[in-house]
Design a protein around this ligand. Sequence first.
Ligand code: CA
Length: 229
Amino acid sequence: MTHILIVEDEPEIRKMVCFALKNASYETSEAENSEQALRLLVDKRPDLIIVDWMLPDISGIKLIRKIRQREIHQQTPIIMLTARSEEEDKVSGLDAGADDYMTKPVSIRELLARIKALLRRSQGYENILTIDRLQLNETAHTLHIEQQLVNIGYTEFNLLKFFMSHPNRVYSRSQLLDLVWGENVFLEERTVDVHVLRLRKILKTYDADKMIQTVRSIGYRFSADLTNK
Ligand code: CA
């Protein structure tokens, strides 16, 4: 199901947009400030984000920059909402990484149309990563190994996605935490080991666990050319 995060401090607008999105069969989560939004990015993995310009903690522009710094949200469509209509603001919104821009008061019909268009574009990308026998579909959030659909947890999926998009490079546990879980999340480095272990277990069924290598006293590396042979 497509998940949309709305970041807006005005409860009336937030509720109205959420209501409309749910009616249109989207899954939604709501944040009233940037801090909440950044936390929700980690818990949910929104397919599209709606960001209001004026937020109580940091501006929507700054929030968009922070979102774009995160590996897994570099391509996530973002629509910026604002009460301003000056061309200059529109440009800085787009510069920060927003994909589209709407001026308040927001027409729900128009918003839904733009969401559809953006999702079509983003989900129309070749969002399939293939390495060896592993095929990861970022849009559908599925993993196939040797054409078989594999049951994989949310975090393991994100971790594998990161590994498959950055093969043959070593990452420390703390780098992985920042890049996969997000910078504002304070977790023990052991968390990485736990999820690597789970991921290896999944891959082991298909004899592909050796692709994830432990690099002593550094961290982990995903070796694209090393299946269990
Ligand atoms: Ca606002």
